[in-house]
Write a protein that binds this ligand. Structure first.
Ligand code: G6P
Length: 368
């Protein structure tokens, strides 16, 4: 690759540490304090078309699909527009009923994923406006979609997506703001969301300080054969993405679940050898997640908690705690994924895995 490692041992680690900057680049020029909204230059939709949107469909594969899930939570909360998330590989053959004024976004880092391209073409053929959210300028999806949003995250070399994911999440937050301001958010509310977004790069920088803690926890659990990742609300997709990172690069079996679903099956997996990672920053579901955590401890499962810096409750019960800075709840997924990326990285590295080029995986999958 012509991108150099800049002193890091792997591209993945370099890209993890680039995130304060890549997120900043994604937001640059897109936040307007004058209008208290987000600004996107490439949507190519008339104001009339935009106001007509009464449903949004997000389609993607892999990590980008997890970004879509976060998008569903954010956009529905901020803009009160119903959002549907579909795996591109399912959407392309499923032929679901899609109301006429559905706006379709294809989310793909590479812009070349075969299933995502095919799903977008299919939706375009049915007359929907199609937009691309992608990182690679001039990629196939960028050429085929009616318009779109570039991530500007810079080239991502590691097969396991890290900085592209957090940039996708930043775009989701800005889309929530954008559609929210078209629908019902006040100037004040929009303004406050922008202020939160502006603090994000510094919060991610702070979250990177969890690197040493992640390394220590990795040493402790590197020999495990199974992991559970649990979170709720905005951090349910974080559980899925954290588990995917571990699977992809360390080849350890990991499952992500909404924490309350534990009791409907996965709790049967819990034993003294199976660590559970709880993503539980302060927020509306904190107490609920805490009681899910207690269910695991009652069965002697080891618990690693990703918790807010000022949480003095969780350390009494969790075996290990990684601290993350406080941000608004809709931005938590961007901060809480950082220690999980680092945990996966260190476990893979300790197990001698090829972090940047994991077996059986490709950076972009251009076959069906
Ligand atoms: C491959 C990569 C994943 C990625 C997925 C979607 O499977 O290994 O890291 O999330 O494709 O890629 P895209 O470029 O469409 O975001």
């Amino acid at each position: 690759s012509d991108v150099d490692l800049g002193g890091y041992e792997h591209y993945m680690l370099k890209e993890i540490f680039e995130q304060p900057q890549s997120i900043e680049n994604t937001m640059r020029g897109r936040l307007s304090l004058d209008d208290a909204t987000a600004v996107f230059g490439g949507l190519n939709l008339s104001p009339q078309e935009l106001r007509g949107v009464d449903r949004i469909l997000l389609t993607a594969c892999g990590t980008s699909w997890h970004a879509a899930l976060v998008g569903e939570y954010i956009i529905e909360e901020m803009a009160r527009i119903p959002v549907e998330v579909e795996y591109a590989s399912e959407l392309r053959y499923r032929n679901p009923p899609t109301p006429r004024r559905t706006l379709v976004f294809g989310i793909t880092q590479s812009g070349e994923t075969a299933d995502t391209l095919a799903a977008l073409r299919e939706m375009k053929r049915k007359g929907h406006p199609t937009l691309a959210i992608c990182n690679v300028v001039g990629s196939t999806i960028a050429q085929e979609a009616d318009g779109g949003i570039y991530l500007h995250a810079g080239p991502e070399i590691g097969v396991a997506s890290t900085k592209a994911y957090t940039s996708q999440l930043a775009v989701m937050a800005m889309l929530g703001l954008y559609f929210g301001r078209l629908t019902h958010l006040s100037f004040d509310q929009g303004y406050r969301i922008i202020e939160s977004l502006q603090k994000l790069p510094a919060a991610v920088e702070k979250a990177l300080e969890s690197n040493d803690a992640a390394r220590k926890i990795a040493e402790k659990y590197q020999a495990a054969s199974n992991f559970l990742y649990l979170g709720r609300h905005f951090n349910f997709p974080t559980a899925l993405e954290g588990a995917l990172k571990l699977k992809e690069i360390s080849y350890i079996h990991a499952e992500g679940y909404p924490a309350a679903e534990l009791k409907h099956g996965p709790i049967a997996l819990v034993d003294e050898q199976t660590p559970s990672v709880f993503i539980m920053p302060r927020g509306v579901v904190y107490d609920k997640v805490m009681s899910n955590l207690e269910e695991i401890k009652a069965r002697r499962g080891p618990v690693i908690a990703i918790a807010s810096e000022d949480d003095d409750q969780v350390a009494k019960i969790a075996d290990d705690v990684i601290r993350i800075p406080m941000v608004d709840e809709f931005l938590q997924p961007i901060v809480s994924i950082i220690p999980l990326q680092l945990l996966a990285y260190h476990i893979a590295q300790l197990r001698g895995c090829d972090v940047d080029k994991p077996r059986n995986l490709a950076k972009s999958v251009t076959v069906e």
